[in-house]
Write a protein that binds this ligand. Structure first.
Ligand SMILES: Nc1nc2c(ncn2[C@@H]2O[C@H](COP(=O)(O)OP(=O)(O)OP(=O)(O)O)[C@@H](O)[C@H]2O)c(=O)[nH]1
Length: 864
């Protein structure tokens, strides 16, 4: 704030002696004690008013004096600066913006002189002050502009310098033909611009457009279209710089460019600022993809994709899988093209791997599964064979349980699957894999055929695998092999001696009696089956068992079916993949490879595969990973589908598409054998030429897992008659959507099976003749054409039903009724014994004696 105005200053200002001003102030009612006392704005105004009044120029103007009026209002408070240099002072006055100074008339010259003088000086002072402020403001503005200009010019100069440095390095080695046809010599091609010319205040954008060859600074250049295009041209052919090129460019640019540029480049880590436009890639995305994989396909860091996803509102970690749509969106967002990776594509590639094994096939060992009822001696038999036939490894000779092993016999190698029989079948068959070549059915000679024996027969039959019956425990005095043979006869397992095809071997797993006979029988059967496989090349096969080993990670026992599985191979195994880190045989010894029909433990998989999963060796890990991931996604989807896909009704459609005879597969479980028998017979008897009621399994007792597995793989319906499913069976039933129905009345079973079978058969369309009319006469009408005068001789003739015209019992026309009349009245129907007039649509050739047959089409449910 300016210093306060004193009376002395005011006196100086208005050019009046201090004493006189003091007097005037006193007269105006403002006595001041000294000249150094401060005068307020109000007091100044009051003084002015007083002066006006004392000089006879009161506020009320006369009409004549109006033009000479001076108006000073308090509408604005203003600080005035008066004087210059040291005498410069400020005065606070309240004035109107517009001040009118009118020279006083001659009459009043004397009394207004002083006042006019004061006002004039005040105005002059104000004007001076305003001018000075304006001048100062302009000076400030000029200074700011100058500073800005200097700064800009400095920046421009630096930029040009840096660009010239790059241009010098990247100029084409041959002359360049500019747009205007002028040949620009090498190095001069990226011509500089604007040197020596005054630059406009803010011409940078234009500058760039006008001289596109000049790269703008840092990463900003990436967004400048013209720059990018041009830069691409310049760097064409140099996109893949050698290490030395990169180093040279780095140093040269760094040595010349300004510090900021250096830091930009050092950030890229390559020594130059992205010489090309972003490369647009075709990114193949399947059902799902992990963020990391997606990033890799786009050559981006995982974090960048995570960030882009985040911006889209998707929170995902690098290792997380995202669905196809999300992946496609973020890929497009990041400027790349999305290519749909069809699951079938990779599977086809995989299939090609398997089919490529077109080398010569050689005889392969048979794969044998041992099945049988509890305590009939399966384990004993396997143990005996293993103990006596496996050449144990040097390390202690302890065999390890890997779910399978192979033995050397005089007749060749035999591989045994040491897994629960039905599991080996069901899970394998569920995936369409046929693992077992031969089933050895162990039946205790002293116990005979039991439910699980029958179950085993059913499984083997469903899988189309030949049986060899091992009648065990023949060492026992109570052994009765003939009884076994007879009982199996009931299951349609006929011994060779009975004229059948099944080999029966009587043996003792305890004493080892005739074990070799069993091995011989197996070899013979294998020979008969002519088992062959390609022994060389990339392997494929099936997982028999798998587990997660604490120390070794996922361990899978696989059975090689084709080719040779080697250490170091890449393989896809179900939804897992990996590289074979080590291979072990059943003796626990490391092996380098395994050929067809040889079980081997595999280490190195990404996870634990399921038993029954197939494995295929592929050329690279990428394919293995792709297949595994896509399968994983598909398996998840199909699981959902499967949950609802195995109901009895659902199967109908599938069955309906089959061959000539439809089939309804059933598994019957009942509380007593009598019921099983009765149901089996009653239901099988429902079969017709069109549909076969196929009881693929039956037995006494609760519904167990094995039944459920069989039903699942055979798409059969389980009939539970006075029995229930146990927990493990329920799990399988639930997981696979098996159709299970409980009953307690045999007729209900038959009724329901009939209903379902009828559902499979569907409906048929039948025609029913509802009436016959004899044509007695024919009238011609201009309006209706030929109208047949008829007598309904049978049933009823209805207007909306189709008709046929018969002449001498031969159909000569089929069509519709146009009109049905009785005594000129249109009627809807005419009954037997009544005359009527019938007009036949689009048919005029009706004659007396013809018969008009009225019929309707009805849908009839086909039943058994
Ligand atoms: N006398 C005699 N006993 C046998 C023979 N084979 C097995 N056993 C005995 O029968 C019993 C059951 O034999 P396992 O080998 O455990 O029968 P399994 O079929 O494997 O039984 P699960 O594993 O329960 O299904 C054991 O006590 C065996 O010692 C044989 O040939 N003769």
């Amino acid at each position: 704030m300016s210093q306060q105005t004193t009376i002395r200053k005011l006196a100086q200002l208005v050019n009046t002696p201090v004493e006189k001003l003091l007097e005037q102030l006193a007269e105006a009612g403002m006595p001041f004690s000294g000249p150094d006392q401060a005068v307020t704005s109000t007091e100044k105004v009051k003084l002015l008013g007083f002066l006006r009044r004392t000089h006879g120029k009161a506020e009320a103007p006369s009409a004549a004096g109006a033009p000479r009026k001076i108006t000073l209002n308090r509408s604005r408070k203003q600080e005035l600066t008066v004087g210059g240099g040291k005498s410069r002072a400020t005065v606070d006055v309240v004035v109107r913006k517009k001040v009118t100074v009118v020279r006083p008339d001659g009459d009043h010259a004397e009394p207004t002189d002083e006042r006019a003088e004061i006002l004039r000086k005040l105005e002059e002072s104000r004007q001076r002050n305003l001018a000075e402020q304006k001048m100062l403001a302009e000076a400030d503005k000029r200074r700011a502009e100058e500073a800005e200009r200097i700064k800009r010019e400095a920046e421009e100069a630096e930029r040009r310098k840096a660009e010239e440095a790059i241009a010098a390095k990247t100029a084409p080695a041959v002359p360049v033909v500019a747009d205007d046809g002028v040949v620009v010599p090498p190095k001069a091609a990226p011509a500089t611009h604007g040197h020596g010319h005054p630059k406009p205040a803010a011409p940078r954008a234009d500058d760039r457009a006008a001289a596109p060859r000049h790269k703008t600074r840092g990463s900003n250049a990436i967004t400048a279209g013209a720059d990018d295009d041009d830069r691409n041209k310049r760097f064409a052919g140099q996109m893949h710089l050698s290490a030395s090129d990169r180093a040279r460019r780095t140093t040269s640019v760094r040595s010349r460019a300004k510090p900021r540029r250096q830091s930009d480049q050092s950030r890229t880590g390559t020594g130059f600022t992205r010489p090309t436009a972003p490369i647009v890639r075709d990114v193949a995305i399947g059902e799902t993809i992990t963020v990391a994989d997606l990033a890799q396909k786009m050559s981006l860091k995982g974090g960048e994709v995570v960030k882009a996803l985040f911006k889209m509102g998707v929170m995902a970690t690098i290792t997380q899988s995202i669905d196809h749509d999300t992946a496609a969106l973020v890929t497009e967002e990041l400027g790349h093209n999305v290519v749909r990776a069809d699951a079938a594509d990779v599977e086809n590639v995989l299939l090609a791997h398997v089919e490529n094994l077109d080398a010569e096939k050689v005889v392969r060992p048979p794969v044998v599964t041992i099945m049988g009822h509890v305590d009939h001696g399966k384990t004993s038999l396997l143990d005996y064979i293993r103990r006596t036939k496996i050449a144990t490894g040097e390390a202690g000779g302890i065999t390890q349980h890997i779910g399978a092993y192979h033995v050397e016999t005089d007749k060749g190698v035999i591989s045994f699957l040491d897994t629960p029989g039905h599991a080996a079948f069901s899970s394998m068959r569920a995936r369409g894999a046929k693992l077992t070549d031969i089933v050895v059915l162990v039946v205790a000679a002293d116990d005979g055929v039991k439910p699980q024996t029958i179950e085993a027969v059913q499984h083997a039959r469903a899988a189309g695998v030949p049986l060899i019956v091992a009648i065990n425990k023949v060492d026992k005095p109570s052994a009765d092999p003939l009884r076994v043979k007879n009982e199996l006869l009931e299951q349609q397992v006929v011994a060779e001696e009975f004229g059948g095809e099944t080999q029966f071997v009587e043996l003792s797993a305890k004493t080892g009696q005739n074990i070799d006979g069993l091995l011989d029988a197996i070899s013979l059967q294998a020979e008969f089956l002519e088992l062959r496989a390609v022994a060389d090349g990339r392997a494929n096969g099936v997982v028999i068992e798998s587990a997660l080993d604490k120390g070794r990670g996922p361990v899978a026992t696989v059975l090689v079916q084709q080719g040779e599985l080697k250490k170091g191979d890449y393989l896809v195994c179900g939804v897992q993949y990996g590289r074979v880190r080590a291979l072990f045989d059943e003796t626990g010894s490391q092996v380098e490879s395994a050929g067809p029909s040889i079980p081997v433990q595999v280490l190195g998989l990404s996870g634990v595969p399921d038993a029954g999963d197939d494995f295929v060796v592929v050329e690279d890990e990428r394919l293995a990973k792709d297949v595994a991931e896509q399968r994983d996604a598909q398996r998840r989807e199909s699981r959902l589908v499967a949950q609802g896909g195995n109901r009895m009704e659902d199967i109908m459609a599938q069955l309906g598409q089959g061959g000539d005879q439809l089939s309804l597969p059933l598994i019957i479980k009942a509380d007593v054998q009598g019921s099983v028998q009765a149901l089996r017979e009653a239901l099988t008897a429902l079969s017709t030429n069109e549909i076969r009621i196929n009881v693929i399994g039956s037995g006494v007792g609760g519904i167990n897992e094995s039944d459920a597995q069989l039903a699942s793989t055979s798409k059969a319906t389980i009939i539970g008659f006075n029995v229930r499913a146990d927990a493990s069976a329920r799990k399988v039933i639930e997981t696979n959507g098996v159709d299970l129905r409980y009953f307690s009345i045999i007729y209900d079973v038959i009724d329901q099976v009939k209903q379902v079978a009828s559902g499979i058969l569907g409906v048929e369309i039948r025609e029913e003749i509802i009436g016959n009319a004899e044509v007695r006469d024919v009238f011609r009408s201009s309006k209706f054409g030929a109208v047949a005068g008829c007598m309904v001789v049978e049933g009823v003739v209805k207007r909306n039903k189709p008709i046929r015209v018969l002449r001498d019992s031969v159909v000569i026309f089929e069509g519709e009724l146009e009109s049905l009349r009785r005594f000129k009245e249109n009627v809807d129907e005419v009954r037997n014994g009544t005359e009527c007039g019938i007009g036949v649509k689009q048919y005029n050739d009706v004659k007396p004696g013809d018969m008009i047959e009225c019929f309707e089409r009805i849908e009839v449910q086909r039943t058994l």
